[in-house]
Structures are given as C-alpha cells and as structure tokens.
Ligand binder design. Structure first.
Ligand SMILES: Nc1nc2c(ncn2[C@@H]2O[C@H](COP(=O)(O)OP(=O)(O)OP(=O)(O)O)[C@@H](O)[C@H]2O)c(=O)[nH]1
Ligand SMILES: [Mg+2]
Length: 252
C-alpha cells in the first residue's frame, strides 16, 4: 500500500471522533493535579493544610497557562486545581477540544515540574457553558468548593495535630455542621473568618491595563503607554461582588 493510502486509511481512526466546541459556547478548562495528595504529603513535605510555596507553584503555573498561546480572560486556582476562562472568540485549532485538553495539561505539567524541580502532572477537562450565568455559577461553584475544603482541611489537620488518626479525624469532621466546624477551630483559638483570603477563596489572575512611562530617545520626550499586565488577586471579592466581577470579565 502506498504511503498516502496508508495515511488516509489510518488517519480516520485518530480523527473521526474529534469534537469541536460550538461557536458561541463559553469554554472553561479545569486542570487538576494528579495524585497531589501523595505529592504534597509524601514526596514533598508541604505545610498542611496550606503552604505558600505550593500556592506560588500553582500561581506560576497559571501565569504560564495564561501566556502559552491561548486567549485566557481569567485564571483561578484553589488547592491543586486551576480553572481557565477562555476568551469567547478563542478559535485556535478550530476549537478542537482534544487540542485544548492535551496542550493545556502538557503545558501545566511541564511548567509545574520545572518550578517544583520534580515531576508533577495535571489532567484537563473542558466545560462548554451555553450562558453567561453558567460561567458565573461555574466560578461560584469552585469558590464554594474552596471554602468547604478549607474549613474541612483546617479542622482535619488540627485534630490530627492533637493525635487523631486519619480515619478518626475524617469521621469527626464529616459528622459536624458548618457552624460546629467554626466552633471547633474557635475553641482552639482559630477564627476561621480571619484566616488569609487565598486559603478560603482561592486566587484569581486577570489582565489589567497599566500606565507605563517610557522615554523616546529620538524625540527626547517622555512617553505614556498602556500595557496589559497579569495581576494576581489574593483577596478575591465574595458573594454578589464576586459574581459581578465574573460578569464583568465576560463583557467586551
Ligand atoms: N500539604 C498541602 N497539601 C495541599 C495543598 N494544597 C492542596 N493540597 C492537597 O492536594 C490534594 C488535592 O486533592 P485531590 O485533587 O482531590 O486528590 P489527588 O490526590 O490529587 O487525586 P486526583 O486528583 O484524583 O489524582 C489534597 O490532598 C490537598 O490536601 C497545600 O497547600 N499543602
Ligand atoms: Mg488532584
């Protein structure tokens, strides 16, 4: 069989099930660290429940993902996960989902591993959201997940620190209502509400226009230019203010 016949015969097995996102749908990619429970607790001894070094590795990875060839309006990270809101007009690779998923997972894994100095890998999935309200709800959902995880993790590690076993601490925490978890921490001198915002709500990265002063050596005059810079927000707004913030990202 000639090469071009062989090529045509076999190519179809790779591409026949290729899915493309429909135009107009909002795309949000979510990447999640693979086996990061082991990575954060056995392979590397990161502080529990939250470690600023780990946070900064995740932020560095998001910064890279927002500048690796796709138009990303908003990057959000909590725990070992990253969500990326793609620009509604994003059309690279003809909106082929396979391309977005594999390239983003590859870029994230490569960048995170370089920053960490050893292997750390991510998976990636894409949500295709039909309406703006779905995008707002998506990010509200992840922020609420961050809050619940944070409260549980603080309680869990506090109990472990007091000698509880893995199973004992898990059962104890899962049997408590939210108010009781707050109370458990409060009785040990921890006011959950006063913990750093990034631990409770995650972090957001978005583009900001900033004024920069330059100098034109030809005209020997100072110049004023606007540049797009990536901003990391450690104090994301809460509740309605956060929903409005996400809505704002979708305009324009
Ligand atoms: N020590 C420490 N662990 C963290 C930190 N941030 C996230 N993690 C851990 O990362 C893990 C993320 O959980 P999952 O994504 O559900 O679990 P996983 O082990 O990655 O499993 P898969 O995602 O299914 O591969 C949890 O065990 C968190 O405790 C941190 O700042 N410090
Ligand atoms: Mg994970």
């Amino acid at each position: 069989m000639r090469f071009d016949e062989l090529d045509a015969r076999l190519r179809v097995f790779e591409t026949a099930h290729d899915h493309c996102a429909l135009p107009g749908l909002y795309l949000v990619a979510r990447l999640d660290g693979r086996n990061f429970t082991r990575l954060t607790k056995e392979v590397h001894a990161f502080e529990r429940p939250f470690d600023e070094r780990f946070r900064d590795l995740m932020v560095g990875t998001v910064q890279h993902l927002m500048q690796c060839g796709f138009r990303v309006r908003y990057g959000y990270t909590e725990s070992d996960e990253i969500s990326l809101l793609l620009d509604p007009a994003e059309d690279t690779f003809g909106r082929k989902l396979r391309k977005y998923q594999s390239i983003l997972a590859g870029e994230a894994s490569a960048k995170f591993s370089l920053l960490l100095g050893s292997l750390g890998t991510f998976d990636c999935r894409i949500a295709q959201l039909p309406r703006r309200t779905d995008v707002v709800d998506y990010f509200r959902w992840r922020a609420e997940d961050a809050l619940r995880n944070s409260l549980n993790a603080h309680c869990y590690w506090l109990l472990r620190g007091e000698g509880a076993t893995e199973a004992g601490a898990t059962t104890q925490v899962s049997g408590l209502r939210t108010s009781e978890k707050h109370e458990l921490l409060f009785q040990r001198g921890i006011n959950f509400n006063n913990l750093p915002a990034w631990q409770k709500r995650g972090l957001g990265l978005y583009w900001q226009l900033v004024e920069r002063q330059g100098y034109n050596p030809v005209t020997q005059q100072t110049t004023q230019t606007q540049r797009r810079e990536l901003h990391t927000d450690f104090e994301l707004p809460v509740r309605e203010a956060y929903m409005e913030f996400i809505q704002g990202l979708l305009l324009g």
